[in-house]
Design a protein around this ligand. Structure first.
Ligand code: HEM
Length: 531
């Protein structure tokens, strides 16, 4: 068959060839091809991301993350993928940081980009009406609330809360001597009683109903506040659904109204009391006094109180619980701390003003903060804009999980990290006094990072010091004995953990007895003579 025949049979083919070979068509096709390749590159070629476990389409690694003891899973992930690891969880990009230098670089030095929190339609908007400090991103409300916290809990302001601490310590020691089997409840009762006094200026006795209501609201917020707890945060279009199809909205609003009523009632009681010139000052009385200057409205002040209570009470009790676990496992440090107390104070119980003469005690408290960082993943920060770090791309919206647990358990940061060893923080002058440079806040990362660092860090140091120094002064804290008189071991590596945002061991067998009859008498009398 010759070409003439072909042309006659298929005349269109000739025309098409002419169109294809035309220079304009070729230029056009080249542009389209290059465009498609670029689009493919942009959307499908994997980005330069840190290593991480392989995830399923859409749900990513969600099903691999355990509900309980998540920090332990992240520890294994860091061992496998390195100190900068990448995950996709509940539709979110997650960057896990296990090296404190990386966390400081992103969360502190680049704080402008890494100080936001993930906005949660459920928890931030409906449940908290955009007032809960822990969930706020940078903005006027965030800055006003942080400023108020910083002002009230700065180191120079802490002496105002000292007498409340002395009062609650008497109760803690009395509770421990009379109900040692309830040791964990005693610790929570101590921190709630103390923080209730510091925040609202009232004793906790007789206010059990309010206390229980706060605890209940806090427990439910602890779950609601976890990233990915509510579908509407993964699929924001669900917010547009009518009420009939979105029952979660009513539940969130209901919870908000209940807690706002409670926080407001407690805050207004304080406001009423500020009219009395003999009124004892507390966090909220100062906040009311400074209201005009601070620009915070009534609801924000009510939430300030609620935030302080919920952010401070349980986490402090968790540290004390972990400290008890350390006592039964490392009796040597208990002995050394008690020797220091006896040498310096004789029979008298320690008070905050004795701190300068008890350098080892401060080291014990700091080690308690390091040994088990009770907020093992701090609280996630969020990248506001696209960024790059160590050659990786970090898109806006990525959640940053600083694993404080991994940092504290890394032998490159702390030798024998699983051992409770206060000596690592011992800081004394040649005369044996506490080094004036000593601080509970540096040398570990338990209080978080950058602009979101815990604003209650100094008061937390004071609370923990008071409780730990007095417990060690008063009690022999050691392993419980079984029926045959044999020590019951409680291995910190295998003990079950009661996990949530804050972690602590499940209640374990322990022996808590007064160190001597003299100590027991002192505890009983101090309680009987309390004001
Ligand atoms: C040992 C006790 C405590 C520990 C270990 C602790 C730890 C933390 C951590 C890790 C964060 C998140 C930091 C971050 O996002 O980088 C935080 C935030 C916070 N803490 Fe504490 N905290 C303690 C005690 C307290 C106390 C006593 C108070 C108040 C009286 C308090 C109030 C707060 C508040 C309001 C926030 C939210 C700050 C924000 O998001 O901007 N904390 N804390």
């Amino acid at each position: 068959m010759n070409s003439t025949v072909n042309k006659q049979v298929y005349p269109e083919r000739d025309q098409l060839t002419a169109i294809y070979s035309h220079p304009y068509t070729q230029t056009f096709l080249t542009f389209v091809t290059v465009g498609l390749i670029c689009a493919y590159g942009a959307y499908w070629i994997p980005k330069k991301r840190p290593a991480g476990p392989f995830g399923l389409p859409i749900i990513g690694n969600t099903l691999q993350v355990p509900n309980l003891c998540t920090w332990q899973w992240f520890e294994k992930m860091a061992l496998k993928y390195g100190p900068v690891a990448w995950f996709r969880i509940m539709g979110e990009n997650v960057l896990l940081l296990s090296d404190p230098n990386d966390a400081e670089e992103l969360l502190a030095k680049r704080a402008n980009n890494y100080s936001a929190r993930k906005f949660s339609i459920y928890a931030t908007h409906y449940r908290s009406n955009n007032r809960r400090l822990l969930l706020l991103s940078d903005g006027l409300e965030f800055r006003r609330q942080r400023a108020m916290f910083k002002l009230m809990f700065r180191p120079e302001a802490l002496h105002a809360y000292q007498w409340r601490q002395d009062q609650q310590i008497k109760k803690l020691l009395f509770d421990m001597i009379t109900k040692p089997e309830e040791y964990a409840v005693n610790l929570t009762r101590f921190t709630s009683g103390l923080i209730m006094g510091i925040v609202y200026g009232t004793p906790v006795e007789g206010r059990e109903e309010d206390l229980n209501a706060i605890i209940k609201s806090n427990k439910s917020f602890n779950l609601d506040g976890l990233p990915g707890m509510h579908w509407v945060d993964t699929f924001p279009w669900m917010e547009k659904l009518p009420d009939a199809l979105a029952p979660w909205r009513q539940t969130a609003i209901q919870k908000h109204m209940e807690e706002a009523d409670l926080f407001t009632r407690l805050a207004l009681e304080v406001k009423e009391r500020t009219k009395d010139i003999n009124n004892e000052e507390c966090f909220l009385s100062k906040a009311w006094e400074a209201q005009e200057k601070s620009g915070l409205d009534d609801l924000s002040i009510a939430y300030l109180g609620g935030s302080a209570f919920e952010a401070g009470t349980f986490v402090s009790a968790c540290v004390l619980h972990c400290f008890m676990l350390a006592c039964v496992n490392w009796p040597n440090f208990v002995e050394r701390a008690q020797k220091e107390l006896d040498d310096v104070l004789g029979d008298s119980p320690p008070s905050w003003t004795d701190r300068a003469n008890l350098p080892y005690m401060s080291a014990v408290v700091k080690e308690a903060l390091r040994w088990v960082p009770v907020t093992p993943l701090a609280f996630p920060h969020m990248a506001t804009k696209d960024d790059s770090f160590k050659g990786y791309e970090i898109p806006a919206g990525t959640l940053i999980f600083p694993s404080v647990w991994n940092m504290h358990r890394d032998p490159d940061n702390f030798s024998n990290p699983r051992v409770f060893e206060p000596e690592r923080y011992y800081q004394a002058t040649p005369e044996g006094k506490l080094d004036p440079e000593f601080s509970f806040v540096d040398g570990h990362w338990s209080f978080g990072f950058g602009r979101r660092e815990c604003p209650g860090n100094y008061v937390a140091g004071q609370i923990l010091w008071g409780a730990i120094a007095n417990l060690l002064w008063a009690f022999k804290i050691s392993k419980a004995k079984d029926d045959k008189g044999i020590d019951v071991d409680v291995d910190p590596d295998t003990v079950p953990w009661r996990a949530g945002v804050n972690v602590e061991p499940e209640v374990f067998p322990i022996s808590i007895v007064a160190r001597s009859a003299k100590h027991a008498d002192h505890i009983q009398m101090a309680w009987a003579r309390r004001d």
